[in-house]
Design a protein around this ligand. Structure first.
Ligand code: SF4
Length: 240
């Protein structure tokens, strides 16, 4: 029974990976072979080669993560929420951890906060969430009751976030909220004070902003304007 569950989880992760590669239908083996043959026989197509390399390294990170039990969050989770979007994206959003909807579906930011984030990306920034961004969290399993992830959980899961960012190599990272900002900067970040400021993470520009759930909870004009201003700065940086 446990083996079957694990096989189903692996199948699900594989399907998510295909989606990350841009497939909208399950390709047959020949199609996949043709795809890699295309990459190999077209060395001039460096953008495609780069995208393929990034997908492969992201898939390798996911493979190492496996059916992870490295911290206690594995005990209550239904699904590992690895991340989703374009492995070749210039823009990566990092949240704190999956909520109930995300845990159910195995995908990041699909609940109420996810809808708000999609609105920020698509209506506010004029980008396409799936094509232009990659979204992940500092912990890949749901903390019980949606509490903040604890230090031991963050340190167990952080290596995988680092490897994801190394694989994608985006131009800009946006940390959503205090836990993500603090994890990436390695210090406690007073988010109300520091949102809207630029930082650097391993040579990559890092913008700090409010988590969409904070925006939903404190839906003031001031907070909405603040996030709008932060995203304008991000767009300007992306166009450089
Ligand atoms: S939160 Fe991360 S380290 Fe902890 S069990 Fe889940 S995947 Fe593993």
């Amino acid at each position: 029974m446990e083996t079957r569950k694990q096989e189903l989880r692996e199948l699900k992760n594989y399907l998510i990976h295909l989606k990350d590669l841009g497939y909208t239908e399950i390709p047959c083996e020949a199609e996949l072979l043709n795809n890699s043959a295309f990459q190999k026989t077209n060395p001039s197509n460096s953008a495609n080669n780069m995208a393929s390399k990034k997908s492969n390294s992201l898939a390798a990170v996911q493979k190492v993560l496996g059916d992870c039990t490295r911290c206690k969050l594995s005990e209550g989770r239904k699904n590992i929420v690895f991340g989703s979007g374009n492995p070749n994206a210039d823009l990566v959003f990092v949240g704190e951890g999956p909520g109930a909807d995300e845990d159910e579906q195995g995908l990041p930011f699909v609940g109420r906060s996810g809808k708000k984030l999609t609105e920020i990306i698509e209506k506010g920034m004029g980008l396409n969430r799936e094509k232009d961004t990659y979204i992940c969290n500092i912990v890949k399993c749901r903390p019980p009751g949606n509490r903040d992830p604890e230090a031991d959980e963050v340190s167990a899961c952080k290596p995988f976030l680092i490897q994801q960012l190394q694989a994608i190599k985006p131009k800009v990272i946006v940390a959503l909220g205090k836990p993500a900002s603090s994890t990436l900067l390695g210090r406690t970040v007073p988010i109300v004070k520091e949102r809207g400021t630029w930082h650097e993470y391993e040579g990559i520009k890092l913008m700090l902003t409010f988590h969409p759930s904070y925006l939903i909870r404190f839906y003031t004009l001031e907070n909405r304007k603040a996030v709008h201003e932060d995203m304008k700065k991000v767009l300007k940086e992306l166009k450089k």
